[in-house]
Design a protein around this ligand. Structure first.
Ligand SMILES: Nc1ncnc2c1ncn2[C@@H]1O[C@H](COP(=O)(O)OP(=O)(O)OP(=O)(O)O)[C@@H](O)[C@H]1O
Ligand SMILES: [Mg+2]
Length: 452
């Protein structure tokens, strides 16, 4: 939620209750509290006394408590407001408190100039199916990424977007957060995961059912039905965990035989003119993204890496906050690895991060081991060879030094190296020359647990 959205949201509630809009100091209190500023700081900024800001604040919290039927204070304002805002955008006619009804469509009325596409959703029945999408409670940073998604979808009308990155980098969370903030701008939003994949035909008839359409008999006809909907209304379809329809033991991004239709579907989504969007989330890049001319491509790709922010370790029972950034660096800002290691630090080190770091060991937890075992077993033979060899080096090395130590044909070597980058396991470092390096946690795993 941006600070402008917060002010608009609060102003709307206050106006409905009192018939008056927020004045300058009330607005400053809302803005400042959202930015986690003290009353003292706000007072200095506005050249008024701290006690005056404090009084305005208490009156405002009192008023909001009455409106929302919840105890609102400076300390819980951000979390409560965000929760209510998200709830109101998920349900366009949510009841806030006992007597106030807010339609997220009126609260977030987009600027008509900014978002002409919104016109198309008017007077249409909305169909939302987010049953399998995660609920987002805490969300940090990723402002640029959210802006990019908005820009691609609402300004550039990008029809196909891939959000990719290593496990645990926050791909699913980011996309769900985008939906929470923009749900009302789409007539149809459907979230599906390919964790337990199904043939394309079943997926398409499932999508048609959500849109209250009786699927016709052949896949061809169903696709025609679906594209009619995608053309008439602004829809957003999300397919999470795409990597599950790729073949294990082969190079990255190769579709299993029974799921090859998905590839044609993605091409159709990109090439046919309509006003809707498909966001695909994957741990591996997919071949559809290979587009050398960014300008000409109706496809966009957003690659996520870890988040280097101490906030991500809040509420994990950890101590020694001064050391948190070191811990985050060690695990490359990966949410899932940091969660796993935080549990270990709590259990074995009583939450003392400093004591854990004093061991000077990149600890691979049991949970990490089983994840990496599965990832390693999914690699093709040339990739395994490259990974074993690369794991011996602490520093990034050149392509030639890497090739020298391996008994692979040029073709296998190049395909393997490309594939490992497409899985985000090998990173390319640009110095004076190009160097390659394994992700550090995976390197530690391969060194200790993989036999050559
Ligand atoms: N920006 C964020 N702010 C706060 N928490 C986050 C953020 N991004 C991710 N998380 C937390 O990190 C965990 C992992 O995130 P998420 O499931 O989105 O990762 P992922 O990249 O989709 O992983 P996978 O590839 O395994 O599906 C979740 O529990 C989520 O709550
Ligand atoms: Mg995910």
């Amino acid at each position: 939620m941006s600070v402008d959205e917060v002010v608009k949201f609060v102003d709307k509630m206050v106006f409905e209750k009192t018939g008056k809009h927020l004045d300058d100091i009330q607005t400053a209190v809302v803005e400042g509290t959202w930015k986690r500023q003290t009353y003292d700081y706000i007072a200095r900024e506005y050249n008024v006394s701290t006690s005056h800001v404090g009084d305005v604040g208490s009156e405002l919290w009192q008023l909001l408590s009455e409106i929302l039927h919840e105890d609102i204070k400076k300390t819980n304002f951000c979390s409560t407001l965000e929760r209510i805002y998200i709830k109101s955008s998920q349900n366009p006619n949510i009841c806030i408190g006992n007597n106030y009804y807010y339609s997220s469509q009126t609260l977030n009325q987009p600027n008509k100039e900014d978002d002409k596409s919104n016109i198309n959703t008017e007077n249409k029945l909305s169909s939302y199916d987010l049953t399998l999408a995660p609920e987002i409670i805490n969300f940090y940073q990723r402002v640029t990424e959210l802006e990019k998604l908005s820009d691609w979808i609402f300004k550039q009308n990008t029809r196909f977007i891939l959000v990719s990155g290593l496990y645990g980098t926050g791909k699913t969370t980011l996309v769900k957060r985008f939906i929470d903030l923009n749900l009302h701008k789409f007539a149809v939003v459907i979230w599906r995961s390919l964790k337990y994949p199904q043939p394309l035909e079943l997926l398409i008839s499932d999508l048609l059912n959500v849109c209250q359409q009786e699927p016709q008999v052949t896949l061809d006809k169903q696709l025609k039905q679906l594209f009619d909907i995608l053309t008439e209304q602004k829809c957003l379809i999300i397919l999470d965990d795409l990597q599950n329809i790729f073949i294990p033991g082969k190079f990255a991004g190769q579709y299993k035989f029974e799921y090859q239709d998905y590839q044609n579907f993605f091409t159709l989504i990109t090439e046919v003119k309509h006003q809707s969007h498909l966001i695909v989330i994957s741990q591996e890049q997919c071949p559809e993204m290979e587009c050398l001319d960014d300008e000409l491509c109706p496809i966009k790709s957003l690659e996520l890496s870890g988040l280097y922010d101490v906030d991500i370790l809040q509420n994990r029972g950890l101590k020694n906050e001064d050391n948190w950034l070191k811990l985050i660096d060690l695990y490359a800002g990966n949410f899932i690895d940091l969660k796993s290691v935080s549990i270990l630090i709590n259990k074995n080190y009583d939450g003392q991060v400093a004591d854990f770091l004093a061991e000077n060991t990149l600890h691979i937890t049991n949970q990490m081991q089983s994840r990496f075992r599965e990832m390693f077993n999914h690699l093709s033979t040339p990739e395994k060879e490259i990974v074993w060899h690369l794991s011996k080096f602490d520093i990034p090395i050149t392509r030639d030094s890497l090739k020298e130590g391996l008994n692979l044909s040029v073709v296998d070597f190049n395909n393997g190296l490309q594939s490992l980058q497409e899985r985000y396991l090998v990173r390319k470092v640009r110095n004076n020359t190009i160097l390659f390096q394994l992700s550090s946690v995976f390197r530690e795993y391969v060194r200790n647990y993989c036999q050559n």
